[in-house]
Design a binder for this molecule. Structure first.
Ligand SMILES: [Zn+2]
Ligand SMILES: [Zn+2]
Length: 210
């Protein structure tokens, strides 16, 4: 069976243009980068870059500037946001501080480390120390930065402590214990035996287990 094109020849040109623009918005090779403040840079494979402002629905390309049409760049940005490949206005893409997975975060919070859902730790999580391979149990997750947190009475902060210097100084501080060191009393873990060590968050990697 042969498929023939059923589009009537009398279809208004504008409508044909619209279909074509729709298809090209989806299929043309373009890469979209969120710049913040509802601005997006769209790079085409011709080496041309256009600036799309989603809030004012403007694009710097000739199609939009001179012909006033909703060009394929504006459409592409909208498609990528809908499909979760580009952050919506007000958010920017950052990498998880532990595994590097892409995350969309509020654009005024890009100056601190972020963690993907898997790497976001909570008390009770088991983790592996990436420096020593030791298994630890998380007992606290704080909002304090590693470089603002002193280690005991020493001159070190959690960020400058030996073995921690490779990690982001803005990393959040996580308190963890060595489970094998926890001695149990009838009332539960013995608080006196519980020595809590402070780590930069991204030094600890979640592991499964109980
Ligand atoms: Zn455009
Ligand atoms: Zn991660």
């Amino acid at each position: 069976m042969t498929h023939t094109r059923t589009t009537p020849a009398s279809l208004p040109t504008s409508e044909t243009d619209l279909d074509r623009r729709s298809t090209r918005a989806r299929t043309d090779p373009m890469s979209v980068t969120a710049l913040g403040d509802s601005l997006y840079e769209v790079d085409t494979d011709h080496g041309t870059s256009y600036l799309v402002d989603l809030r004012s629905r403007r694009c710097s390309c000739p199609d939009h500037t001179f012909r006033g049409v909703r060009c394929k760049h504006l459409r592409r940005v909208a498609i990528e946001i809908t499909e979760g490949r580009t952050p919506p206005p007000g958010r920017l893409a950052v990498e998880c501080a532990v595994c590097g997975a892409e995350l969309f975060v509020p654009e005024d919070e890009t100056d601190r480390p972020h963690y993907c859902p898997l790497d976001r730790l909570e008390a009770g999580a088991f983790v592996r120390d990436r420096e020593t391979g030791d298994r630890l149990l998380v007992v606290s997750v704080s909002d304090r930065r590693a470089d603002h947190t002193a280690v005991g009475n020493s001159a070190y902060s959690v960020a400058t402590y030996p073995n921690n210097r490779e990690y982001d100084p803005a990393d959040r501080v996580v308190g963890a214990v060595y489970p094998q060191s926890v001695s149990m009393t009838e009332a539960g873990p013995d608080p006196d035996a519980l020595r809590v060590y402070s780590f930069p968050h991204s030094r600890l990697e979640r592991v499964s287990g109980t």
